[in-house]
Ligand binder design. Structure first.
Ligand SMILES: CCCCCCCCCCCCCCCCCCCC(=O)SCCNC(=O)CCNC(=O)[C@H](O)C(C)(C)COP(=O)(O)OP(=O)(O)OC[C@H]1O[C@@H](n2cnc3c(N)ncnc32)[C@H](O)[C@@H]1OP(=O)(O)O
Ligand SMILES: Cc1cc2nc3c(=O)[nH]c(=O)nc-3n(C[C@H](O)[C@H](O)[C@H](O)COP(=O)(O)OP(=O)(O)OC[C@H]3O[C@@H](n4cnc5c(N)ncnc54)[C@H](O)[C@@H]3O)c2cc1C
Length: 661
């Protein structure tokens, strides 16, 4: 699509784009993280879009389960080949975002890229990396990360798969003792992978040392047949991601060499002696890494959904505002603006938090290399909280965008249903959100109780700021609103801690008191993480070196985000005195003003996300706004439309209709 050719474009969209009062390319660079990244992303996307191998013969929704898998595997393999052909040395992590949309509905090689390789990088020692890293990066072996079992996903300590060391032959014996110990869910495990990292309970010298990672060959490298002692398969259709082959796996006393235990952090020596790691949760490192990546991935899903909903809202006309006047664009309804524009604001909140988290992760990783694990709990808490809020915000945001598109949003061809199912899975995988938020709460309560002790953990340093509990803000700058978030989080933590203490003082065991307070603890964790997001948003926009137009748009979006979230949880702000009922009413009024200010810029802001039509894959969201023709053309692709009268009519309907004669 030639974006300079207005003749092919819907008139409403032409008018919307003429209202733009900021530099779109500059905003695109901010979204990508710099000009060079924009250029790199575009280069990759052009490469993919212009390649006919990525086209589907028929829409995936009309394919059988096997064909969907096979078609997506064909494209995934081609993609890996193409990426390998590119100049080496670029950061795949950054490029993963550029690939969004080229592979649809789950990709059989995703966990190879996002977990198997990172697990080797993070858990294998140098000899082991020598053996497996190059081969996996060159895709000579394809792996997955097999942790979850039928009986346990959340409670990693409860895993039942055993790896028992046999010093006589220097091997581990992998065994699945019960049905509930069957590995269940790993992406690509069913039919694609020939290797995997298995998390199993380590037994040596008669003692269990808890879950540890082992690299295991699953299939013959020539025939791809599963090896003796290994039972493998696919787990069947899911809510979404159905092109992936999530699998199951059982071991029958399967032996692997001692050196297949990933030994960067802990080791089992030849005689069976266990050498413990610097920190006993280092074996959970792969999960933490992916949680960081998920925050960025969620922001991208939301960019897709909000681009579709915003453009459609500009093209769609319905009902009337002024009686008797022409039907307005639905984007003119304030309620529609309230659905769509806060989701645009949310995209930037997620982008800026993802970047901040990534920086913290790099510095913690650098410290870990020097044997310093002090900031691991801080990273665990932040990555857990941000993974949880980003996935739930993005999933809700995508769903709101679907609702904003009315009936057409329910059509597969809008690409909103698939965007939703591809986002909501992140609420569950890589640590179910409630469980992760309770981990954040654990860290908050512990930090609150150790006020005065210097830990170097900056995300919780505000908990020591007891004086702010009394102060009520009367100013309405963005900074002041962020302070209100801080006060609300602090006061919830103080309340939860007091409630826990009271129950313990009354004789309850701490763990029962914890469970009894866990709804409140969840709120603490959400409030704390929201405060973190708001603070990063405000600081990033405030310190941004940008043109006035871009800065104004981002300031308005940031302010909208702050006020929107205050109004969603206003009870917490009132309860702690951070804001008064009058303050809330004024802010609610200002939120509506902000919607009106941002409304004329909405189409241009989503244009700045710069998602090519071929990747957006939506009849409703295309750049030219030619929605109705596209909907009609897509409907014609239904196999039911191949004939006027389907066979099923003769088989079932005709007999029914004639039976009463
Ligand atoms: C070259 C290529 C590079 C590319 C890299 C790119 C990444 C891009 C990503 C793009 C994303 C999208 C694709 C993703 C596809 C993923 C598919 C999904 C995969 C999976 O789902 S894998 C399975 C995931 N499973 C889980 O997450 C399980 C969740 N459960 C847990 O993590 C733990 O069981 C839990 C809940 C943390 C509890 O652990 P437990 O051992 O029971 O600990 P306690 O509760 O008793 O706490 C004890 C103590 O330990 C602290 N703790 C816990 N975890 C950690 C940690 N990870 N780090 C540091 N500290 C930790 C905890 O806070 C407690 O501390 P105390 O001081 O309070 O005692
Ligand atoms: C699409 C998809 C892909 C996946 N890919 C992989 C993969 O590649 N590799 C892999 O190993 N796994 C994978 N998984 C599994 C995933 O990691 C687990 O499903 C996830 O960790 C949740 O665990 P669970 O299913 O045991 O849920 P459960 O823990 O049984 O959760 C059920 C309910 O119990 C609650 N609950 C559980 N424990 C607590 C607690 N302590 N306190 C309060 N409430 C609690 C939860 O909040 C939830 O409401 C995947 C899952 C999905 C959906």
């Amino acid at each position: 699509m030639d974006k300079n050719n207005e003749r092919e474009c819907n008139e409403d969209l032409i008018r919307e784009r003429r209202k733009c009062n900021f530099n779109i390319e500059e905003l695109t660079n901010i979204v990508d993280g710099g000009k060079a990244r924009t250029a790199r992303r575009r280069e990759i996307q052009r490469l993919l879009i212009n390649d006919p191998e990525f086209l589907d013969e028929i829409p995936q929704d009309y394919m059988s389960h096997e064909d969907r898998y096979s078609n997506e595997l064909r494209k995934s393999a081609h993609l890996m080949q193409k990426l390998a052909d590119q100049e080496s040395g670029h950061d795949i992590h950054q490029d993963i975002g550029a690939l969004t949309g080229i592979l649809k509905d789950g990709n059989p090689l995703m966990v190879h890229l996002s977990m198997f390789i990172p697990a080797i990088l993070g858990q294998a020692n140098s000899e082991q990396q020598e053996k497996w890293l190059g081969r996996s990066l060159r895709n000579e072996i394809i792996g997955t990360y097999a942790q979850t079992e039928l009986g346990h996903g959340t409670f990693v300590r409860g895993l039942e798969t055993r790896a028992t060391y046999d010093p006589t032959v220097e091997e581990f014996v992998l065994h699945t003792p019960t049905i509930t110990a069957t590995k269940w869910w790993p992406g690509g495990l069913g039919k694609t992978c020939n290797y995997c990292v298995v998390m199993a309970q380590l037994y040596t010298q008669g003692r269990c040392y808890g879950p540890h990672p082992f690299i295991v060959q699953l299939r013959d490298e020539e025939t791809h047949r599963s090896l003796p002692g290994i039972t493998l398969g696919e787990i069947g259709p899911r809510l979404g991601l159905n092109s992936n082959d999530n699998g199951f796996l059982k071991f029958e006393n399967h032996r692997i060499p001692r050196t297949n235990m990933l030994m960067k952090h802990s080791q089992v020596l030849k005689d069976g002696t266990y050498v413990k790691p610097l920190h006993n949760k280092l074996s959970y490192g792969t999960m933490m890494l992916v949680r960081v990546g998920i925050v960025g991935a969620c922001s991208r899903s939301l960019q897709y959904a909000v681009t579709i909903a915003t453009r459609y809202s500009a093209v769609r006309h319905q009902s009337e505002i002024v009686p008797g006047q022409p039907e307005p664009q639905i984007l003119d309804y304030q309620t529609q603006q309230y659905k769509v524009i806060p989701q645009i604001a949310s995209v930037f909140a997620l982008i800026f938090s993802a970047r901040s988290l990534s920086k913290i992760q790099s510095s913690v990783t650098a410290k870990l290399k020097d044997g310093n694990t002090d900031l691991l709990p801080e990273l665990h808490s932040l990555s857990s909280g941000l993974k949880a809020l980003s996935s739930s915000d993005a999933s809700w945001g995508v769903e709101v965008c679907r609702l904003a598109c009315g009936g057409h949003g329910y059509l597969a061809s809008s690409n909103l249903p698939r965007t939703y199912t591809g986002t909501t899975c992140a609420i569950t995988y890589e640590g179910e959100n409630t469980v992760l938020l309770l981990q954040v709460a654990r860290y908050l309560i512990k930090s609150y109780r150790s006020i005065g002790k210097e830990t170097g953990a900056s995300s919780v340093s505000y908990l020591a700021d007891q004086t702010s509990l009394a102060s009520s803000s009367s100013s309405f700058s963005n900074k002041a609103l962020v302070q209100a978030f801080k006060l609300s989080a602090l006061s919830l933590v103080a309340e939860a801690e007091a409630r826990l203490q009271k129950l313990c003082d009354m004789g309850q065991e701490f763990y029962h008191a914890w469970n009894y307070c866990s709804v409140l603890l969840l709120k603490c964790a959400e409030a704390h993480t929201r405060y973190y997001i708001c603070e990063k948003y405000e600081q990033t926009v405030d310190s941004l070196k940008a043109s006035e137009g871009v800065k104004n748009v981002l300031q308005s979006l940031c302010r909208l985000y702050l006020i929107y979230h205050i109004t969603l949880t206003h009870g917490d702000f009132l309860k702690c005195g951070a804001l008064t009922p009058r303050n809330i009413a004024v802010l609610e009024g200002e939120m509506c003003d902000l919607l009106a200010v941002l409304r004329p810029q909405a189409v241009s802001i989503v244009d700045a996300f710069d998602i090519p039509d071929e990747l957006l894959g939506s009849t409703l969201g295309c750049w030219d706004g030619n929605v109705y023709q596209r909907l009609y053309d897509e409907a014609l692709k239904s196999p039911l439309n191949k004939t006027d009268v389907p066979d099923a009519y003769y088989k079932y309907l005709l007999p029914l209709m004639k039976s009463s004669l």
